[in-house]
Design a protein around this ligand. Sequence first.
Ligand code: AMP
Length: 483
Amino acid sequence: MLKRIIQFFRDLFQSPSPNVAVEPPDPVQSSDPPVLPEARKARTDVGQGMPFADLGLAPDVLKGLHEAGYVRCTPIQEKSLPITLQGKDIAAQAQTGSGKTAVFLVTIFQKLSQQEKLKDACHALILAPTRELALQIQADAELLGKYLPLRTVAIYGGVGYNAQIDALKRGAHVVIATPGRLIDLMKQGLFRPQDVSLLVIDEADRMLDMGFVKDLRYIMSKLPPYSRRQTMLFSATLSLRVLELTYQYMNVPEEVVVNPEQLVVETIHQELYHVGRPEKFSLFLGLLQREKPERALVFCNTKVQTSWVADRLVGNGYRARAITGDLPQARRIKLLERFKTGDIQILVATDVASRGLHVEDVTHVFNYDVPQDPEEFVHRIGRTARAGKEGRAITLCSEDDVYALENVEKLLGSKIPVVWAEDDLFVADKAKKKRTRRPPQKRKPGPRPQEARANKDAPAAPKRKRRPRKKKRKTEPAAKDGQ
Ligand code: AMP
């Protein structure tokens, strides 16, 4: 705890260091041209508030919105737009799926369309934690801003520089960037921030989680001062460290909060299964057989576990793939596209890889492991039931997960409904008995789960059957699991 407090103050007072661009490493520097994801479709079921037509928007802005199917505001739009359209700063607590992207895009479009002659320079800068999110925002911007003479460019790492540099040289009015690559281009004098009058910090809490704090400070120190720009910050949680950022770099922002107590969307049906570690995969197979998900995201805590689960699913006849943070950008985009088109039915992901994943119509989220960080749980299950749709979130909890589960339920403020699996829900693992690397199974320090559960009302995981130990074998052959 003390360490974390010291680190917090260190981060706070350290001078910006442009040398630390901490984007996740990407081994392959592909020079593929950017593949723009499809812009998300409008949801008539989410926009039920004030009509956009009542906001006094420029005709071309309104036309773009209407054509894209945006007629009425979502709650976050209804609360934020009257403030941002007056030019005021906001710090908004908004989850993905709430319609936050349109809040800052509409504000940017309206402000820029009011300028008589738009200089060929960057007027609006949108900072996002991941490449996928940056590309998604660009796709939305091109759709909603279809009738405006604005050029947008997405700047992100893991791909070649040339296309991005050319786009900047042509004069991009709206730049959507991940921090590392942007600093890189700034230092080379290829991105000039002096005309930025609108700044957006999207998914601020994630950026801080990913270690971007120094990069953010560096970028903001190079922009015009906050008194000469409008800043809009969006974050799933307005935690102390996020607010700290707003106080230092924003002009007395108005806080906008939509349903703060409702951390998890009501339309997500949750279920929790307690299961012994050796039976986990076979229960998972049974759940897949019962649920027949159309498009499912499965979360694991480690990269090794993610690949292992995906391999075994393929071995059992599922169209599944693993997506991890170290995959080259071009492959990640391709996987996502295949997932969106339905070519891949099950995407198994780590939390890092899933950041900024915008896939509509995810019918099921499975937590194959319970995340150590309870906020990740909220982000994970928020991937389903987006934009007013219904979705299912199923969590598997073995003896390795019970401690993490306690923290998750504390954050949710309620217990996840437990369902007990009947014997016929366990399905034999048909994957070939090939030697796949099995994730290391470490027990957390502290008392055993059974001891920790003493005096607690949470039900215990079924007892694990002992398997005779084999000499010299450090890891068990993967194919034995669940049989
Ligand atoms: P976001 O929270 O920005 O990721 O948006 C979530 C989804 O809602 C996207 O598919 C948007 O296209 C859609 N959406 C956002 N605002 C509206 C609106 N006012 N009316 C209809 N659909 C919307």
